[in-house]
Write a new protein. Structure first.
Length: 101
């Protein structure tokens, strides 16, 4: 996945840190280890590339969530509290109906 981080003014944010974590293809998180978790930093144009496995759906069948990536984005030199926390959902064939599964 290639992501570009920009500010409210649309200008790229170089050296932003992305703290990234996700479940594996079966929807399993590895809480005891840092498997499928890491940090990446944007380049001078605000781009970062992360290579990983597709995240699988998470949770029991009645409350299952579509596969997703958790990301905290922090501008350079800022604390964890000043970051933006978000999620990117991944659906087979980009079918948004699967977001409810």
């Amino acid at each position: 996945m290639v992501i570009r981080i920009v500010g409210p003014d649309g200008k790229p944010i170089p050296n932003a840190v992305l703290d990234w974590w996700q479940a594996d293809e079966a929807g399993t998180y590895y809480y005891a280890t840092y498997t499928l978790r890491g940090k990446a930093r944007t380049d001078s144009e605000g781009y970062v590339e992360v290579l990983s496995v597709p995240p699988g759906p998470y949770g029991p069948a009645k409350v299952r969530r579509a596969g997703h990536f958790h990301i905290i984005v922090r501008p350079p030199g800022k604390s964890h509290a000043s970051g933006l926390t978000t999620q990117f959902y991944v659906c087979d064939g980009n079918d948004e109906k699967l977001l409810g599964t």
